[in-house]
Design a protein around this ligand. Structure first.
Ligand code: SF4
Ligand code: SF4
Length: 428
């Protein structure tokens, strides 16, 4: 064991100072809702971090265990009237614990290989295919069973889509093929691009391989690796994209991470300025679709449809209204608002691997809500949520089909929307 107080940077200490212990964040916190224990609340965790930083609490396994139950949804930040950025303090504490070689975040056997794979997309795709095949023939090493349980039973086959001509007058948009989407939902990536083009986006490419955004690294106590990944993105954007290009991702966690690049690279003398500027141009995919010049129209099939929003799009980006606005445009389907649609589902990046019991407990409420509402289609805006919900629906023999927002909308997209009825037309 390494002794000494928890080491925190100044921006993390500032968050501890800002917290006045009012407790407004408690009801927003999914783990506090589940256990009712102060130690599992944002206020409780901030107090533990502060005590460890002051040297009043040992930096040991009990601290690591208490902090590791946080799912990282940032609902506490959205609820905090004092503007405490809890995640800054939490990530700093995680980083120091990991530096002390406490494998508290990457505690499950399946997680370190997963983090390594995310850095190499081809290997990640190959591993996904292998995992799906092994799952079909029930030949899986025990440590990988929780990971395999989340995989959809079959691989998505990319479709052949009719190309949509670019609108040169539309906003320049760079769509980031986030790594988990690319490996697991390649069709959803195609659908997302197609709908951006249909809305009038002028899609821009940046050259070289699109690496990971760094979110998983930042959330598992490896800020240096996250910074490396952030820098690689900013370098490509600065080199290849027109300066007013929107940076768009349809994984809320990745979009939130990229929107944080300015802070992440604030101490980098060369890239701090560009990182801040590009971070300001990040949009979640649904918010980008809503802001495009051509309104997208959709026709449904009479399905009862519910949404599972990305907590990072809701809490970190403040762009959580857009998915429901897009869904409301689907004529003919019935949008059902579940009480927990904007609440964390328990996926949390690799949280559902590290903390399977709490992840499943949080998910249970969502599954019950979807079952009670008799949902046909459950639309997720984040790949991790789609996997987590899908696993839960399969395990409980639920009837909802879990599908990514981009795929659901693309299937219902009306390339040529019907003309409005005569009474709706304006004279002249
Ligand atoms: S984090 Fe914010 S809401 Fe929560 S106790 Fe501190 S000041 Fe209050
Ligand atoms: S990030 Fe989410 S789980 Fe963690 S303390 Fe905040 S509200 Fe609770």
């Amino acid at each position: 064991m390494t002794h000494g107080a928890l080491a925190l940077a100044a921006d993390a200490i500032a968050q501890l100072d800002h917290c006045n212990k009012c407790g407004f964040c408690l009801p927003a916190c999914p783990t506090y809702v589940e256990t009712g224990l102060e130690v599992h609340s944002p206020r409780g965790r901030l107090s533990l971090i502060e005590a460890a930083w002051r040297g009043e609490l040992a930096v040991g396994q009990p601290l690591a265990d208490a902090l590791s139950l946080c799912v990282g949804c940032r609902a506490c930040e959205a609820a905090c009237p004092s503007g405490v950025q809890y995640s800054i303090a939490m990530q700093a504490a995680q980083a120091d614990l990991v530096r002390r070689r406490r494998r508290w975040v990457v505690s499950r056997a399946a997680v370190p290989p997963l983090l390594a794979l995310v850095r190499h997309r081809r290997a990640l795709k190959a591993a996904v295919r292998l995992g799906q095949a092994a799952k079909r023939i029930r030949l899986l090493p025990v440590p990988l069973a929780p990971l395999a349980a989340m995989l959809p039973p079959t691989a998505e086959v990319p479709s052949v889509l009719v190309p949509i001509p670019a609108d040169p007058a539309g906003p320049a948009v760079h769509f980031v093929d986030t790594c988990v989407m690319d490996a697991l939902f390649p069709t959803a990536n195609q659908h997302a691009r197609a709908l951006l083009s249909a809305g009038g986006a002028h899609l821009q490419a940046a050259h070289g391989p699109e690496g990971c955004c760094g979110a998983l690294e930042a959330h598992t106590g490896h800020p240096e690796k996250a910074r490396e990944m952030a820098r690689a993105h900013v370098v490509r954007w600065e080199r290849d994209l027109p300066p007013d290009t929107w940076i768009v991702a349809h994984a809320g966690g990745c979009a939130a991470m990229m929107a944080d690049y300015g802070r992440l690279l604030a101490d980098d003398p060369r890239w701090a300025g560009p990182a801040r500027r590009w971070a300001g141009q990040v949009r979640d995919w649904a918010a980008a679709c809503m802001a495009l010049p051509h309104a997208l129209a959709f026709r449904g099939t009479g399905a009862r449809v519910a949404l599972q929003n990305s907590c990072h799009a809701v809490n970190a980006l403040g762009q959580g209204a857009a998915p429901a606005e897009l869904l409301a445009r689907v004529a003919g389907d019935q949008l059902v608002t579940l009480p927990g649609q904007d609440r964390c589902c328990g996926a949390g990046g690799v949280y559902n691997l590290n903390q399977p019991a709490m992840a499943q407990q949080i998910l249970r409420r969502h599954l019950d809500e979807a079952a009670a509402a008799d949902v046909d289609v459950w639309v997720a805006t984040n790949p991790g949520c789609a996997l987590h919900l899908g696993q839960g629906v399969r395990a409980t023999a639920g009837r909802a089909a879990v599908v990514h927002l981009a795929t659901y909308l693309h299937e219902r997209w009306q390339a040529d929307p019907p003309a409005p009825p005569d009474s709706a037309r304006r004279p002249g």
